[in-house]
Design a protein around this ligand. Structure first.
Ligand SMILES: Cc1cc2nc3c(=O)[nH]c(=O)nc-3n(C[C@H](O)[C@H](O)[C@H](O)COP(=O)(O)O)c2cc1C
Length: 259
């Protein structure tokens, strides 16, 4: 097994832009143009199905090394057709076509979120966009194609995205595109979620830094993962100011039913 989650997932048939689900691991097949066309249509159909079933929004997963992110990343997208290229702008083509097809099938009056990450599960320090200009050329065309809200995945929301500014990923994404953003990453916790995969615990942490950034207008929404796995009343406790009742996160929360 060569999976990055230390053997969580057994080997399965896999296809991607160049048959690599992470750099150097040529363990799948390369998508043909027909595969790509079918996949774009399938994204659109899935979104339309979600709308028809009564959901208020859909989130396109463009982060964490999943299919769309494999197209973004030059190390897993080695294509020489219109879906590949040296620049982020060129490697954006697949994602833009997915967004346009979703928008075509759900219409204008339906919120579309898209999730992005700079890091890859195979490289936590990876930065696809190394400068604000590159981030702009990555995200703005996707907003123009029809994404309403950008979900900017980070391991620790308080970390600056680029030098000479304390703006985080969501802060930069909002500043550059003007679109609403979601921040995420260790909100209310002392340690990040990759530590959780390794069995590390995290303690409750202050929300002051989060609210400072929120009040400044850096982002519009906040996503929370592990605190809700530990404590379904987390939001209610935060709302009521009962911070002394917050509990930390430990790996047992992944296997326990918390009532
Ligand atoms: C047990 C667990 C499983 C996760 N699985 C996924 C996943 O399948 N896909 C994904 O994109 N993110 C996954 N994440 C990451 C979360 O979506 C979220 O970005 C991350 O936990 C950071 O939020 P937190 O610090 O509030 O937990 C997972 C996180 C945890 C703790």
């Amino acid at each position: 097994m060569d999976n990055h989650h230390s053997g969580w997932v057994p080997p399965v048939p896999f296809e991607g832009p160049s048959g690599l689900n992470r750099p150097g691991f040529n363990n799948g097949t390369t998508m043909t143009e027909k595969d790509i066309e079918n996949t774009i249509l399938a994204f659109g159909k899935a979104a339309a199905d979600a709308k028809r079933l009564g959901f208020d929004t859909i989130e396109i997963h463009g982060a964490h090394g999943y299919l769309i992110d494999q197209f973004f990343n030059p190390e897993t997208n080695l294509r020489t057709d219109i879906y590949g290229g040296k620049t982020i702008k060129e490697r954006n083509t697949f994602a833009i076509e997915v967004v346009k097809e979703i928008r075509r099938q759900v219409g204008n009056d339906f919120a579309v979120i898209m999730r992005f990450s700079q890091f890859k599960p195979s490289d936590y320090n990876y930065k696809l966009a190394k400068t604000p200009q590159q981030l702009d050329s990555w995200l703005t065309p996707l907003v123009d194609a029809g994404v309403d809200i950008l979900h900017c995945s980070q391991r620790r929301f308080w970390e600056s995205e680029f030098e000479n500014s304390d703006l985080n990923f969501a802060g930069w994404a909002k500043k550059l595109t003007g679109a609403p953003t979601i921040t995420v990453g260790s909100v209310g916790l002392s340690g990040d979620f990759f530590g959780a995969f390794a069995g590390e615990s995290s303690q409750p942490a202050s929300l002051d830094e989060l609210t400072r950034r929120f009040d400044r207008g850096d982002f519009d929404l906040v996503a929370v993962g592990r605190p809700l796995l530990s404590d379904p009343n987390w939001v209610a406790k935060i709302k009521a100011g009962k911070t002394e009742e917050l509990v930390g996160f430990s790996k047992e929360a992944l296997s326990e039913l918390v009532l």
